[in-house]
Design a binder for this molecule. Structure first.
Ligand SMILES: NC(=O)c1ccc[n+]([C@@H]2O[C@H](COP(=O)([O-])OP(=O)(O)OC[C@H]3O[C@@H](n4cnc5c(N)ncnc54)[C@H](OP(=O)(O)O)[C@@H]3O)[C@@H](O)[C@H]2O)c1
Length: 304
């Protein structure tokens, strides 16, 4: 039987995935500890207000991380975006090593759904598979999750919604799986609740599957005016290696490999479809997305 009094250490708790995991673990009555770089920043003080035990430290600070792992039941590890590949691998493997040395009962690493069976030879695409392989080698009860594309990514500025169009990675009649950031936390909490079932497992996690046409319809309904959907042009993809890599992976690579949505619903009965996620957004925030109120910082608001 799991002892909920021993805490779970959440890395990146002031960010999207870690914040979602901390929230869901608190709801499931776990004691939650977070390693934060700045305990005085508003997101950190909000976490403390919700009962999270804050330890000051950064990924560079091995002593702070070892302290943060002392006596914990579990660790949720997620690395920040846009780290140089060598730093991502160095941090990701060091965190897992420390968890093994600290005899952590259950370690969950959030990897990426673009990880497949083959390395690409491009360091920034291969950092997560390297970390995954390292985690699997350790004497550590570990679960690896590979979240599909965040729903929140579709409403960031710069993809055309403010001009009545959405440009993204799939062809209009193709589909992709998406996940709401809030659901990542709920799924991870369900995995921590059942170590014997989920340790040693790697799973893609998602909440819904949508086509480009579905996105066009859903956004048009919420906007109250037509939103047209298109894939990035071939010229744009040719000029941007990261976008091209994702588009090709969604067509016939690892990003096209599905998460088991029935299992996702079992783990999280509140799993959000894209439509229900969109309907749950604040009107003011959506107005900003559609270019009707530029005063609102919609990227932050939508990730709550
Ligand atoms: N599937 C998708 O669509 C998708 C989209 C985006 C990202 N991702 C993946 O998600 C992961 C990033 O997670 P996220 O989006 O939750 O990140 P995020 O929202 O950007 O948050 C990053 C977190 O890391 C913390 N952090 C940054 N540098 C740190 C350091 N040196 N030491 C300790 N903490 C540090 C930040 O803390 P501060 O508050 O101190 O800055 C923050 O809590 C990456 O693996 C990325 O590839 C996936």
């Amino acid at each position: 039987m799991i002892n909920h009094r021993r805490p779970i250490l959440v890395l990146g708790a002031t960010g999207r995935q870690g914040g979602s995991v901390a929230k869901a673990l608190l709801k499931a009555r776990w004691n939650v500890r977070a390693l934060v770089r700045d305990p005085a920043q508003p997101v950190s003080t909000a976490l403390r207000g919700q009962g999270v035990d804050l330890i000051r430290g950064s990924l560079d600070d091995v002593d702070a991380m070892a302290t943060a792992m002392t006596g914990v039941h579990g660790v949720f590890s997620v690395l920040p975006s846009n780290l140089p590949a060598e730093d991502e691998v160095r941090y990701g493997t060091a965190i897992a090593d420390l968890a093994a040395e600290s005899h952590v009962d259950h370690f969950i690493y959030s990897s990426g759904a673009s990880v497949g069976n083959e390395l690409t030879g491009v360091p920034r695409f291969d950092a997560k598979p390297h970390i995954e392989a390292h985690v699997r080698k350790l004497a550590l009860a570990a679960t690896i999750v590979r979240p599909l594309i965040f729903m929140e990514m579709l409403v960031r500025p710069g993809f055309g919604l403010e001009y009545g169009r959405l440009t993204s990675l799939i062809r209009p009649d193709h589909s992709m799986q998406l996940i709401a950031v809030d659901d990542i936390g709920k799924i991870v909490a369900a995995l921590f609740a059942d170590k014997s079932r989920f340790s040693g497992i790697t799973m893609r996690i998602a909440g819904d599957r949508v086509t480009g046409h579905d996105l066009q319809t859903a956004f048009s309904e919420v906007a109250g005016n037509p939103i047209t959907y298109a894939r990035f042009s071939d010229e744009v993809l040719a000029a941007n290696a990261d976008l091209a890599h994702m588009a090709s992976s969604l067509e016939s690579g690892p990003l096209a490999e599905p998460a088991d949505l029935n299992l996702m619903r079992e783990l999280n009965p509140e799993l959000l479809s894209f439509r229900s996620w969109l309907a749950s957004r604040d009107r003011e925030v959506l107005d900003a997305v559609f270019g009707r109120n530029s005063e609102v910082d919609h990227s932050g608001g939508l990730c709550r």
